[in-house]
Design a protein around this ligand. Structure first.
Ligand code: ADP
Length: 189
């Protein structure tokens, strides 16, 4: 099984590139952010998740891990999965390793998109125009997401680095250029 963690800060292009990787390699694409946004807005779970995400905070691990595991379990025959926006904490990375081990598989690689903070902010502000996402619209919330990334999420790269699974990809350039960089990284796995 090809299990790829597509990593990077908010606005790095994970969603866009995941779609392309999914099509090229016949994988399932699981974005925890998309899963949260797709919940029935009237449900308690959706309201709880939104109370964190609208402020640019992470949804607690316990909830996120359960959601992720139930999403993966919907695709028992998948030949591989792209994890987009998960794991975002070291506890989530440990949970993913344990979950995949039970299934007799493991994370193949983490591909980390590298983008400067200035570029990220510009992209998120531009995205707010089309996404309608509350967390894209406010510079203070964008800043909080970036700070949370630096403090809590960036260390997850170290978790895979010690396992020899981290590959950094330049995330600046045309969408197509970045896709090609990712394809060559996957082809060399
Ligand atoms: P982005 O990468 O642009 O910040 P996402 O769509 O991946 O956006 O996530 C939106 C929000 O959903 C996050 O800010 C967070 O509140 C919540 N979320 C998504 N994935 C996770 C996760 N793995 N752990 C905790 N919260 C998450």
């Amino acid at each position: 099984m090809l299990n790829i963690v597509l990593f990077g800060p908010p606005g790095a292009g994970k969603g866009t590139q995941s779609e392309r990787l999914k099509d090229k390699y016949g994988l399932i694409h699981i974005s925890t952010g998309d899963v949260f946004r797709a919940l029935d807005p009237e449900s308690d779970l959706a309201k709880l998740a939104k109370s964190y995400s609208d402020k640019g905070n992470l949804v607690p691990d316990e909830i996120t891990i359960k959601i992720l595991e139930s999403e993966v379990s919907k695709f028992p025959d998948a030949k591989g999965v792209i994890y987009d926006g998960f794991p975002r904490t070291t506890a989530q990375a440990e949970a993913l390793d344990a979950f995949l081990a039970i299934k007799g598989t493991s994370v193949t690689a983490m591909l980390s998109l590298v983008v400067s903070e200035e570029e990220l902010k510009a992209r998120l502000i531009a995205r707010a125009e089309v996404s309608g996402r509350k967390d894209d619209a406010d510079p203070a919330i964008i800043q909080n997401r970036i700070e949370t990334y630096k403090k809590t999420t960036a260390p997850v790269a170290g978790f895979y680095k010690v396992q020899g699974k981290l590959s950094e990809i330049d995330g600046v350039g045309s969408i197509q250029d970045i896709t090609e960089r990712l394809f060559s990284a996957v082809d060399s796995l």
